[in-house]
Design a protein around this ligand. Structure first.
Ligand SMILES: NC(=O)c1ccc[n+]([C@@H]2O[C@H](COP(=O)([O-])OP(=O)(O)OC[C@H]3O[C@@H](n4cnc5c(N)ncnc54)[C@H](OP(=O)(O)O)[C@@H]3O)[C@@H](O)[C@H]2O)c1
Length: 397
């Protein structure tokens, strides 16, 4: 029986038009759609047609585009529906502040930090896909969620796997967490081969269907670097307890190793809807129409050590964790700036790690960020420095 209007779960999806956002709406549809959920707010950026279609379909209270210049277009697309419309940064913050019980944080990049923090501060449960929140703001973000009173539920498949394999009353017995990595499209490539690739080549992931940033991050392994830092803050482990292992089939989503030698893993087909569904109904497991693992067909699971020479991002993440302070935020901001320059064809694939490393080294003298304003200042300074290096590399090319 469908719940009454009053019993519907109120949800907000920040980044509803992206890969995680559309999968989230698919899960919501599978679990009863408008009969079971009240969609308080949806946000997107450039894809106005999809945002408007989603808002109509799910009867959203508010639809917001991050792109201020697209307000009229969105307003027109939703004319006569009664759905409130907003555009720009402050409207995004308003969307995050609209009362709802559960918020999917699926805006890509550091742009997601402000709205996700706003949702956390008002006490919503945060389903965290946007790893940049933890990489940039670290413990300040965790504290904001705790102070708001909501729960922080990971959505990244690796962190969802660890969350599922962590026995709450056995946290003291955890020896290590093991993040699996597909290795991306260049797993077996030399650095010389990688040097000349374009964004169109780098975004072709062998197993997962994802947004541009995370796909290219999988190719460079910067995505895994961010996940290592995310894991530290989510699970309160020491950097030396975080391992990365390359697992090309992307079936074992990650593992927890305990002091008795046991290793608990979570497995599944590479489909983000399983982790999203778990985050939506946690601690219940919803019935989902996703592909089931067929072990006979699978036949084998491979694992290999990552190569930190060909993929320096992993080494940079360890450096950032060891140095502490703002280094993770700096790494993230410099890499994000370099990622955009790579996508625009201004720098090469390997330059992304070079630039992140150079900015990290240049900013070792900066103290820790004790407030969110200081986090944003460190982020802006790292972006400025990274942009300068991009410009110099372009001139030299
Ligand atoms: N995709 C995955 O399988 C996956 C897995 C684990 C974690 N994650 C994480 O989840 C987050 C989202 O990833 P995704 O792959 O879903 O990204 P995506 O497909 O690129 O979608 C990003 C979403 O953010 C919106 N957006 C883009 N720029 C924005 C801005 N400046 N301000 C506000 N909104 C903006 C996009 O709007 P428009 O599309 O309308 O422009 C879209 O709704 C990332 O942090 C990623 O690391 C993704």
């Amino acid at each position: 029986m469908a719940p009454s209007e009053a019993n519907r779960r109120r949800v907000t999806i920040l980044g509803s038009t992206g890969s995680i956002g559309t999968s989230t709406l698919d899960v919501i549809e599978q679990l009863g759609g408008r009969d079971a959920f009240e969609v308080a707010a949806l946000t997107g950026s450039g894809n106005i047609a999809l945002l408007a279609e989603q808002a109509r379909k799910f009867g959203a209270g508010l639809a917001v585009t991050a792109d201020e210049g697209r307000y009229e277009e969105l307003k027109q697309a939703l004319a006569g529906t009664g759905i409130a419309v907003g555009a720009g940064r402050s409207a995004l913050m308003e969307a995050a502040a609209v009362p709802s019980d559960w918020v999917m944080a699926a805006i890509v990049g550091t742009a997601g930090l402000g709205p996700t923090l706003a949702a956390a501060r008002r006490g919503a449960d945060i389903a965290l896909a946007n790893k940049e929140c933890l990489v940039t703001a670290g413990d300040l973000f965790v504290q904001a969620v705790a102070a708001g009173g909501g729960r922080l539920i990971p959505v990244d498949s690796e962190h969802s796997a660890i969350f599922q394999a962590l026995e709450d009353d056995q946290r003291h017995a955890v020896e290590r967490i093991v993040l699996t990595a597909s290795g991306g499209p260049f797993r077996t490539w030399s650095r010389e081969q990688m040097a000349g690739v374009t964004a169109a080549v780098a975004r072709a992931h062998p197993n997962w269907s994802m947004g541009l940033k995370v796909s290219i991050g999988s190719a460079s392994m910067f995505n895994k670097a961010l996940e290592m830092i995310e894991a530290k803050h989510l699970f309160d482990v020491r950097p030396d307890q975080i391992e990365v292992i390359v697992h090309p089939q992307s079936i074992v989503h990650s593992m927890v190793g305990y002091r008795d030698g046991s290793v608990l893993a979570q497995l599944g087909c590479p489909d983000m809807r399983t982790a999203i569904g778990y985050a939506l109904t946690y601690p219940d497991r919803p019935e989902l129409n996703v592909e089931r693992l067929d072990f006979a067909k699978l036949a084998r699971l491979d694992f290999e050590a990552p190569d930190e020479v060909r993929f320096p991002a992993l080494r940079l993440a360890r450096t950032a964790l060891e140095r502490g302070g703002i280094q993770s935020a700096v790494m993230n901001a410099a890499e994000e700036t370099a990622f955009h320059a790579f996508c625009d064809g201004r720098i090469g694939f390997l330059n992304m790690a070079d630039i992140a490393e150079q900015v990290m080294d240049d900013m070792t003298g900066f103290g820790p960020a004790l407030t969110m304003d200081e986090v944003f200042a460190a982020d802006a300074e790292a972006r400025r420095r990274a942009a300068e290096i991009v410009a110099k590399k372009e001139m030299a090319a």
